[in-house]
Design a protein around this ligand. Structure first.
Ligand SMILES: [Zn+2]
Length: 183
């Protein structure tokens, strides 16, 4: 398992709901947590590792020493969101790119853990931002889609570089050449 970089087409796939919590899903959750910590991220969603079902992992502090901050969420949905605020955001699929993104200030989220137990969580600030970013991934939505005109302008070069580097990898054969490019 490794983190796919933009513009890998897997990032644009809409994930399907999980209907059976089998060993493969549980194993994926564990591996995603490990990978997130290795990459020093705060969250990681299914599409970023090439999976097509609704699973994401978060550690609100990004610290493996704080397992109480850890969430493995199956079929998460935002039940309610309120307010609006801008904040700095990055994404493991866009290494080195950070921009201010406008998000809801507060979200109420429902999800299932790996035992199938339902949970509800209300958060504000950074945790609310992480939930919105990761749930967007499950819908094939990326943080570059949420950028305002200034952030978009400031990211133009970086995004072009991601595309160039992806194409080079395809030419070298590291990534299959027949994938559909979605920009
Ligand atoms: Zn991301």
């Amino acid at each position: 398992m490794n983190v796919l970089s933009y513009p890998h087409p897997a990032l644009r796939v809409k994930a399907r709901p999980v209907t059976t919590l089998d060993a493969a899903v549980i194993q994926a959750g564990r591996e995603m947590l490990e990978l997130m910590y290795k990459q020093e991220g705060l969250g990681l969603a299914a599409q970023q590792v090439g999976l097509d079902y609704q699973i994401l992992v978060i550690n609100f502090q990004g610290d493996p020493a704080c397992p109480e901050q850890e969430v493995v969420a199956i079929n998460p949905v935002i039940l309610e969101s309120k307010g609006s605020e801008k904040g700095r955001e990055g994404c493991l699929s866009f290494p080195g790119l950070y921009q201010d993104i406008r998000r809801a200030k507060m979200v109420r989220v429902q999800y299932y853990d790996l035992t199938g137990k339902p949970f509800e969580m209300t958060c504000t600030g950074l945790p609310a931002r992480i939930w919105q970013h990761e749930i967007d991934h499950l819908n094939g939505v990326l943080f570059i889609d949420k950028m305002g005109p200034l952030a978009r302008m400031g990211s133009k070069k970086a995004i072009e570089d991601f595309v160039t580097s992806f194409r080079k990898k395809q030419e070298k054969g590291d990534i299959p050449p027949d994938v559909e490019m979605k920009l």
